[in-house]
Design a protein around this ligand. Structure first.
Ligand code: NAD
Length: 470
């Protein structure tokens, strides 16, 4: 019987053999991943529905097609991304070939969360394959059915010597983390993120941490009522608010709040009908534990929309809370569910001060038709991503990096950023054995003349940068 350790050693052996590195191998594996998604679409939709009551629409745009597009984008660009990057030279290196070689790290561990169980497992996998790594995948034990299906399909489609799925919860993950990996990519909450980083530190393994946090959303008095209400009603309750980039709370004046609440209420009724529980488009909470935590948050402030819940069905209605104080339970940690508190502020300055008092979020949102307000929010806050007059959409473009800052994460991925994340940038200088005269200036005995020549030959010349000054 092969043990856990044997399997990991086999994967490492496959990397050492070089099997995962030729471009044709990488391309074949990416095509196989696309095939997996295409040939099993119905089954994947079914397990997503079983785990999260996820409707086809949301499953296609945020999971299956999302991942497929990333794989196609990667295939379209992989050869150019793999090219050595030629760098600028100084006089002394003029005769040399100086470039950055992108090489795989080796054996990579990808640990995923349950909220988008296909996307969060396979998106980083695409980058890891493209960069030529071998990979251990650890899907979330919470999304039971999706994890079971992916665990069956991945070895069927991908090369078994280079890619393997390991299942289990915290105990098994901790066991996995005792092994030395060459890179760890983790998606999940910040508390476990710290544990992952500690475990990685034991082996000095680099990490990417895709974490969460409380994403603020400021609604300025110049907001456009119809589009703001509609976009928020969609973004806050997409996947039942279980998106790391969902707006976590709104900041606005009482006047804005009074206009916005009835408008959001009308949008929700248009989207999900009078009883969202009956809507085929409204999902469910991912686990009983998470349901219980969310239910406790319903006591914060005053419910003005929704508030109904059913533990049997893990259902919580789209809910909006007002009269919320900073000290209320709902404001103490990321909500990650269909509960939207509103905190009243009297000005944009107050909103910015509030945001900057909290940990760096994954996203900052602002709804305003006044571009000065948008620019000021952009300049005076910091977050993984930023979006004005909309939400969630900053993460769908694979030409933008996706990741956090500070408490919301370390590193970024999607598109070329994924390839770069999983590639070590090796600094290379290829020299000829000749032209020794050129080098003689660096050898002792050192003289003032040699020093002057070397300083001239290695000098970085200053350019006029006045045009960069704002
Ligand atoms: P989860 O419970 O599925 O945990 C994530 C992974 O960590 C799982 O594979 C799990 O097995 C493992 N794990 C859990 N506890 C562990 C422990 N004690 N030791 C070692 N491993 C452990 O997911 P979650 O954390 O509930 O996910 C929700 C969080 O993830 C939210 O904070 C959300 O914002 C964040 N998230 C971030 C992103 C992003 O891309 N930045 C995307 C989705 C979710």
């Amino acid at each position: 019987m092969t043990t856990f350790t044997d399997s990991l050693l086999r994967l490492r052996g496959a990397f050492v053999s070089g099997k995962s590195q030729p471009v044709d191998f990488r391309i074949n594996q990416l095509n196989a991943l696309i095939q997996l998604l295409e040939e099993n679409e119905v089954a994947l939709l079914s397990v997503l529905y079983q785990d999260l009551h996820k409707c086809k629409f949301e499953a296609m745009i945020a999971e299956i097609d999302f991942v497929k597009n990333e794989a196609i984008y990667t295939l379209n660009n992989i050869r150019s991304w793999m090219e050595p990057e030629i760098v600028e030279k100084t006089y002394i290196t003029r005769m040399d070939q100086c470039f950055i070689q992108k090489e795989p790290f080796g054996l990579v561990l990808i640990i995923a969360a349950w909220s988008h169980p296909i996307q969060l497992l396979l998106m980083p996998l695409i980058g890891a394959i493209a960069a030529g790594n071998c990979v251990v995948l650890k899907p979330s034990e919470v999304s039971v059915q999706t994890t079971a299906l992916l665990s069956k399909l991945i070895p069927k489609y991908l090369d078994k010597e280079c890619f393997a799925v390991f299942n289990g919860g915290p105990v098994e993950t901790r066991k996995l983390l005792q092994f030395k990996f060459d890179y760890i990519f983790y998606t999940g909450n910040s508390i476990v993120g710290k544990l992952i980083m500690k475990a990685a530190a034991e082996h000095l393994t680099p990490v990417t941490l895709e974490l969460g946090g409380k994403n603020p959303c400021y609604i300025d008095q110049s907001f456009h009522l119809e589009s703001t209400a509609q976009r928020l009603a969609w973004g806050c309750f997409f996947n039942v608010g279980q998106c790391c980039v969902s707006p976590d709370y709104l900041l606005c004046s009482r006047e804005v709040q009074d206009q916005l609440i009835p408008a959001i209420g009308q949008c929700l009724e248009r989207f999900y009908g009078k009883d969202p529980r009956e809507s085929p488009d409204y999902g469910r909470i991912g686990s009983d534990d998470h349901f219980k935590q969310l239910q406790q948050l319903l006591t914060s402030g005053r419910i003005v929309i929704g508030g109904e819940s059913d533990s049997q069905d893990r259902y919580i209605a789209p809910t909006v809370l007002v009269d919320v104080q900073e000290s209320d339970p709902v404001m103490q940690k990321e909500i990650f569910g269909p509960i939207l508190p509103i905190i009243n502020v009297n000005s944009m300055g107050e909103a910015i001060a509030f945001i900057n008092k909290q940990q760096n979020p994954l996203a900052v949102y602002v709804f305003a038709t006044n571009s000065k307000v948008v620019n000021e929010m952009l300049q005076k806050t910091s977050s993984g991503g930023f979006c004005s007059n909309d939400n969630l959409v900053q993460m769908i473009l694979n030409t933008l990096p996706f990741g956090g800052i500070g408490y919301s994460g370390i590193g970024a991925y999607h598109g070329k950023f994924s390839f770069d994340t999983f590639s070590h940038k090796r600094a290379c200088v290829l020299k000829s054995a000749g032209l020794e005269k050129l080098h003689s200036a660096r050898y002792p005995p050192y003289t003032q003349q040699k020093l002057s020549w070397l300083l001239w030959a290695t000098q970085v010349r200053k350019r006029d940068c006045s045009c960069c000054l704002l």
